[in-house]
Design a protein around this ligand. Structure first.
Ligand SMILES: NC(=O)c1ccc[n+]([C@@H]2O[C@H](COP(=O)([O-])OP(=O)(O)OC[C@H]3O[C@@H](n4cnc5c(N)ncnc54)[C@H](O)[C@@H]3O)[C@@H](O)[C@H]2O)c1
Length: 257
């Protein structure tokens, strides 16, 4: 897709990867840009910097999302690109309580279901639209130390694939962004093991993710991999799951010893 002149929404746009994507879209000549975040001060600051609009809302609140989509389309124009980027993590595994699991499930998966539920009919009617979901390399591989993150990011990738397959004939395109470690407040807040892993794999800057997004969107790529080596790791996992698991077990043991 061509982001020049486009109406673009970026959720989680107040910080990190979302902010960098918004900055890149703005530099590339986006038409109307909407920064959505629960962090009101952050959203307003990014919007002021870019001449964009700020919307303070929780992406898991379906009635707020319905109202937002309707208002953007009546006031700014048809939404060409929705970047479902807001995401959260929690350090831990099956011992984490249900409230924690449900909160991550709601933000990392259900928010995208909700957005798609109300965008897809509009896009079908108009003959097209582009959905970008920020998953993670954790959705193609795994993430040591953070079970709900690995599980929900797999769900996000699966949802992106399903929408891409189901609505292609209606001109709906989907991109699935799957970075490994990126220097953002999220990685700074991660648990020790997760931080060790992303450091070992090589951290990149949010602007580098935004560069990869610009190229991926221009090519209508489904998978956008700011760390290209993720494609090789995924092939290795699919090619010999047992060997891949053994390798991951060794990596985990080396990092916690
Ligand atoms: N940082 C990394 O290493 C990395 C790697 C792969 C994928 N990701 C993914 O990239 C996306 C952005 O993460 P980031 O690293 O920029 O983190 P970040 O914490 O800097 O930014 C996330 C933003 O999302 C907002 N947000 C969280 N829950 C929300 C909700 N319910 N409604 C609206 N806004 C909400 C936060 O306020 C924050 O501004 C996430 O989906 C994350 O899982 C990050």
């Amino acid at each position: 897709m061509d982001t020049r002149g486009a109406t673009i929404v970026v959720t989680g746009g107040a910080s990190g990867i979302g902010r960098a994507m918004a900055q890149r879209f703005s530099a590339d000549g986006a038409g109307s840009l909407v920064i959505v975040d629960t962090d009101g001060d952050g959203a307003v600051a990014v919007a002021a910097e870019l001449g964009a609009s700020a919307e303070v809302l929780d992406v898991t609140d379906e009635s707020a999302v319905i109202e937002l989509i309707a208002r953007i389309e009546s006031e700014l124009g048809a939404i060409d690109l929705w970047c479902g980027n807001a995401g959260i993590s929690a350090y831990g595994g099956v011992e984490l309580d249900n409230d924690t699991w449900n909160a991550i499930w709601n933000v990392n998966v259900m928010a995208h279901v909700i957005a798609a539920r109300h965008l897809v009919p509009r896009w079908i009617e108009r003959g097209g639209g582009h959905l970008l979901l920020t998953a993670s390399a954790a959705g193609l591989l795994t993430n040591l130390g953070t079970a709900p993150y690995a599980v929900t990011k797999h769900g996000c990738v699966a949802l992106a694939e399903w929408i891409a397959i189901t609505y292609a004939e209606h001109g709906i395109r989907v991109s699935c962004l799957c970075p490994m470690g990126v220097h953002t407040p999220m990685t700074e807040a991660d648990g020790e093991l997760a931080i060790e892993v992303v450091k070992a794999m090589g951290m990149i800057e949010p602007s580098q993710v935004a560069d990869a997004v610009a190229v991926g969107l221009a090519n209508d790529d489904f998978l956008i991999l700011p760390h290209p080596e993720v494609a090789l790791y995924e092939q290795r996992r699919a090619g010999d799951r047992q060997r891949w698991l053994t390798g991951m077990q060794k990596l985990q043991a080396s990092l916690i010893s």
